[in-house]
Write a protein that binds this ligand. Structure first.
Ligand code: PLP
Length: 392
């Protein structure tokens, strides 16, 4: 044993010690949160318009959510999918009913990428012999092998694995002519109806309907990745509903658990029919605590009429925030992209100096707002004042 090592006094670790250094860090030391507010160790109050990458849909310390989580932890913290549980069945039924779409089966997993991974597997199951997937430029679908294959820019940047599991074609966004690249070789088309990382970029009803038609013509399965834009963020339960287009599968996560890790794959009867015993699997997915919080999130959205609030306050953002450095708007509801006259990074920093946390995106001109659904007009007024203060 090396005595000089063991004799060292224990130093207080720096915030990033012992952690893989893969995330750039905001200059924030957060100790607690309440509603849409974060509190720092030195007593600053920060208005959170980013929600931890679109996760904190109910904000911080929501009483019913916190109660549901602690009551389920006391009653039964875990049993696997080999054991039927009422709370799991209720969460699946509740999610399908909440969607208002033609789904009849849910597979619960743990993260957005994992939901996408399983959706892609199911697409290849229902389309055996097909070899490729069509995805959109500027898309983000996650960092696991299949999800990263369909993520724009992952190859050459961080994909890292020696090969991809299938072929992928990236087509330009909102380009109707490019839909001809979807063919009878295409197993699946994967689309975020409002792209998140791509800059809160809304694809619109006309384009999405055309994608649906082309999938029908070619037999390709249509997957909507609503990991970021789903669960009420656009002011409807799912963006599929907002744009009036029924996909074959929806993947969702983030707001679904309000911070408890969970995700879901929703399937239409056609896809559900193809699911065989052992076709998919998970240890943690569909655990009772995840299912209890999914129920609590849907319950809060419905009881507090939060979809109407997202629509109303989302529109208020669009009306009030075209000031100072902002020159345009894109997105929908609480997945809002403010297009800046100057680099978004500069504005992000200037807003944080004024105690407002926002997000950047893959588009260097776009500030992304992903606030909790409990946001009020008075909070938007603070953002407007800060933008005016920063100036054009
Ligand atoms: N899909 C979309 C649209 C996302 O925005 C993300 C994450 O940002 C993912 C998938 C991946 O989700 P996760 O990080 O939970 O794997």
């Amino acid at each position: 044993m090396n005595a000089s090592v063991t004799a060292q006094p224990a130093a207080t670790p720096a915030p990033t010690d012992f952690l893989a250094p893969v995330f750039a860090q905001y200059p924030l030391d957060i100790v607690s949160g309440e509603g849409p507010w974060l509190k720092t160790r030195d007593g600053r109050r920060i208005l959170d318009l980013y929600g931890g990458h679109a996760v904190a849909a109910l904000g911080y310390g929501h009483p019913a959510y916190t109660r549901a989580l602690s009551e389920q932890a006391q009653a039964l913290n875990f049993q696997s999918n080999a054991v039927p549980l009422d709370v799991r069945t209720r969460a699946a039924q509740r999610l399908i009913r909440f969607s208002g779409l033609d789904f009849n089966s849910v597979f619960f997993v743990n993260s957005g990428a994992e939901a996408n991974e399983n959706a892609l597997k199911m697409a290849f199951n229902v389309n055996p012999g097909r070899t490729e997937v069509v995805a959109l430029e500027h898309s983000f679908h996650g960092r696991t092998a299949a999800a990263a294959t369909i993520t724009w820019g992952a190859a050459g940047k961080w994909y890292s694995l020696p090969r991809t599991p299938f072929d992928v074609k990236f087509i330009p966004r909102r380009d109707l002519a490019a839909l001809a690249q979807i063919t009878d070789k295409t197993a699946a088309v994967v689309v975020e109806p409002v792209q998140g990382v791509g800059g809160a970029f809304d694809l619109g009803a006309e384009y999405l309907a055309a994608v649906r038609r082309r999938c029908n013509e070619t037999g390709a399965v249509l997957i909507f990745d609503e990991v970021q834009c789903g669960m009420g963020r656009t002011g409807e339960a799912f963006s599929a509903k907002l744009y009036g287009v029924q996909p074959d599968m929806i993947t969702t996560a983030k707001a679904l658990g309000n911070g408890f890790p969970c995700s879901a794959l929703l399937m239409t009867p056609r896809i559900a029919k193809a699911v065989k015993l052992d076709a998919m699997g998970t240890t943690f997915g569909g655990g009772p605590m995840a299912c209890a919080v999914i129920e609590a999130v849907i319950d809060a959205i419905e009881k507090e009429d939060l979809l109407a609030r997202v629509r109303r306050v989302g529109e208020y953002i669009r009306q009030q925030c075209m000031v100072g450095p902002v020159k345009g708007y894109q997105g929908a509801g609480f997945l809002a992209g403010l297009i800046m006259k100057r680099p978004a990074k500069e504005i992000h920093k200037a807003l944080l100096e004024r105690n407002i946390l926002t997000g950047t995106s893959g588009d260097p001109a776009v500030i992304r707002l992903l606030p909790p659904f409990i946001l009020e007009e008075s909070h938007v007024d603070l953002l407007r004042a800060a933008l005016l203060d920063i100036g054009g």
